[in-house]
Design a protein around this ligand. Structure first.
Ligand SMILES: Cc1cc2nc3c(=O)[nH]c(=O)nc-3n(C[C@H](O)[C@H](O)[C@H](O)COP(=O)(O)OP(=O)(O)OC[C@H]3O[C@@H](n4cnc5c(N)ncnc54)[C@H](O)[C@@H]3O)c2cc1C
Length: 366
């Protein structure tokens, strides 16, 4: 039985084991595809780990419909995904519908119109109402969107890694470089890694901020993805007891179940530099304290940076490469890769297996 499965099954090599690579592997394995998932370093340690895990764009009404339709599919699926992973791996990704208070928004008409069009609950809140939701908040007016959730992304990645390691369909190869790619004349692809060759039907690049540079090694592909650095800090907020997310002028607080509070984030165009800076740490802390003065007495536990895969309007490429129907890319999710991941990877799976797509694909083609 196993012999025939291996001989007959479609074989796919995925390059890059962030949220995109891991979830693509999961969808494909569920369809009986044999997957080899490789990463040049330890899996799940780049942007997908560094992000905040808000299951929504920060200002959803400012995005193109191409982003919104993927966001909506993902938001509907996230509770089920988190529950399934918890059941299958024993690791709870901590999907929490905490709601989000946003203030300092100046395009109110657009916000209200978007919420009505997409049937999103929202209410206008003044300072007193905000303090009912977030005791001690220093913010005086805004909007409350009670349905917005967050997920603890490092735990989500851990659960997906356990799932991949347990799956009989998935081989995970860490610290493994893709050295060469040859398209076979009869169809399919030969991928050379270390000392071996992998024969496969399809190759998928989920290489995040590195995608343009990775593809450039072999092809002149018109893909425009640039790294955009984001720094974050996490505070020990146990004595503060924050239970709702707060967004003010681009800076945000995300509560975790164990009382930690994440503060994000900077937007920096510095190439592939991932250094953290004292200036960013101070600025994040100052903004956090302005939003919630009680945070002044909280210890900063950690400070880190990650590289977002920046793309035009944050619209990802989910597509085969021009003239190369066996080679696919799923990258460029910019600030929203965690919320977009379930839908973006499902769509990629649809394209690869020639299934009816969950949403129209043309907006994501190269
Ligand atoms: C500070 C910050 C906050 C964020 N907050 C949120 C948020 O709240 N909500 C949200 O939805 N999104 C958020 N994001 C965005 C989100 O994290 C990213 O869009 C998403 O993680 C991208 O996933 P990915 O799998 O494409 O990339 P990555 O997670 O970066 O994974 C790419 C993988 O490819 C591997 N790789 C690269 N080159 C090669 C190669 N040549 N060979 C093999 N492997 C290779 C890398 O090692 C890496 O493991 C945030 C990002 C940051 C930095």
């Amino acid at each position: 039985m196993t012999f025939w499965r291996i001989i007959l099954a479609r074989r796919v090599v995925i390059v890059g084991a962030g949220i995109m690579g891991l979830l693509t592997a999961r969808w494909l394995a569920a369809e009986g595809v044999e997957v080899v998932l490789l990463d040049k370093q330890q899996a799940g340690k780049e942007a997908s780990w560094a992000g905040g895990g808000i299951v929504s764009p920060l200002y959803p009404w400012r995005y193109h419909q191409a982003v919104t339709q993927l966001v909506q599919w993902s938001q509907a699926y996230y509770p089920e995904l988190a529950a399934l992973l918890n059941e299958e791996t024993g690791i709870d990704p901590e999907y929490c519908q905490t709601g989000l208070v946003m203030s300092g928004v100046d395009d109110l008409e657009l916000l209200e119109g978007w919420c009505k069009q997409h049937h999103r609950r929202y209410s206008k809140v003044d300072g007193a109402q905000i303090r009912d939701i977030i005791p001690g908040s220093g913010v005086e007016s805004g909007y409350f969107m009670p349905d917005i959730a967050n997920i603890r992304n490092p735990r989500l990645l851990q659960a997906l890694l356990v799932y991949c390691r347990q799956s009989e369909h998935i081989t995970l190869l860490e610290n493994t470089q893709l050295l060469d790619v040859q398209q076979r004349l009869c169809g399919g692809v030969t991928a050379r890694i270390n000392t071996s060759q992998l024969e496969c039907d399809n190759l998928v690049f989920c290489t995040g901020a590195w995608t343009r540079q990775v593809l450039q090694q072999w092809w002149d592909t018109p893909i425009n993805i640039e790294p955009v650095k984001g720094q974050m800090i996490v505070l020990d907020g146990r004595q503060v007891g924050l239970s709702t997310m707060l967004l003010h002028k681009g800076r945000y607080l995300i509560p975790r179940k164990d009382g930690k509070i994440l503060v994000g984030s900077t937007l920096e165009h510095n190439g592939f530099d991932k250094q953290t800076t004292k200036q960013a740490k101070e600025s994040l802390l100052d903004d956090a304290i302005a939003m919630l003065p009680a945070l002044a007495s909280c210890e900063v536990l950690h400070h880190w940076a990650g590289l977002r895969p920046g793309s035009h309007e944050g619209i990802p490429y989910i597509s085969s490469l021009p003239g190369k129907p066996d080679i696919f890319v799923n990258a460029g999710h910019y600030r929203n890769g965690l919320v977009l991941a379930p839908a973006a990877t499902k769509l990629l799976t649809n394209l690869l297996l020639k299934q009816a797509p969950i949403v129209p694909q043309q907006d994501y083609s190269i």
